[in-house]
Design a protein around this ligand. Sequence first.
Ligand SMILES: O=P(O)(O)OC[C@H]1O[C@](O)(CO)[C@@H](O)[C@@H]1O
Length: 250
Amino acid sequence: MEKVLEFGSSRVKPDVRRLSDMREVIYDIEWLKGAPDMELYYMYRDLAVSKGDRSIILDHRLRYDITVIPPNRLGAEYVKTAGHYHPFVEGTSYTYPEVYEVLRGTAHYLLQKCEGGRITDVVMIEAKEGDKAIIPPGYGHVTINPSNRELKMANWVSRDFSSIYEPYKKCGGAAYFELADGRLIRNGRCDHIPDIRFLKPTNIAKLGLSKGKEMYGLVRDVEKLAYLNRPQDYGWLWEAALSDKNRAVR
Ligand SMILES: O=P(O)(O)OC[C@H]1O[C@](O)(CO)[C@@H](O)[C@@H]1O
């Protein structure tokens, strides 16, 4: 199926993630044996409404993407992204962060920190339409569509790196799997997985991340996205984003 996205005056074709791209990270192995190689989600990368916007985005080494994840089940599990980490910003001990916005539907952002080969923190952020979710340095991430509705989301991210998929593939997926019956199951292939910390969305007004305010508009206030390329200057933000003060009730 060809799913073209209208963005500004452009019609954009997606990169398509299929089941065969992510066989290693699926929970329900029995289901996988007989499952057809279906399309799972659609990634519209490096978008800009106009030439002027594109030149601002390029000058600031940024990328704006939209991803559409139709409702689906991977056997017992909700549909999700493959999962990846980001590399270190050269000369620092910080990996590149990212920021998401839910444009439609509901997302569960499942974040995990891996230190010395062990998972040391797992965070889940439930985000609904208009909410933002920051992926702080040091965290890998998977997005789950835990609903019967399409999830459409946007992200701003540095354009200076490629994602790292191997750790998720090697472990057979993220630290937890979210099943369609509502359970969150620990991944038996990872040792010593901490409990999940459920945090609220990262709607931080002073960075232009207010609920309901579309973050594409930051192209007109692009300095507010500087943390995406200079995470080492934003210690306060990572502390705020990960603080237990943001605990969500589940
Ligand atoms: O690369 P994955 O794990 O399939 O996840 C796709 C998502 O990641 C991004 O590449 C941004 O990190 C988006 O384009 C998309 O939402």
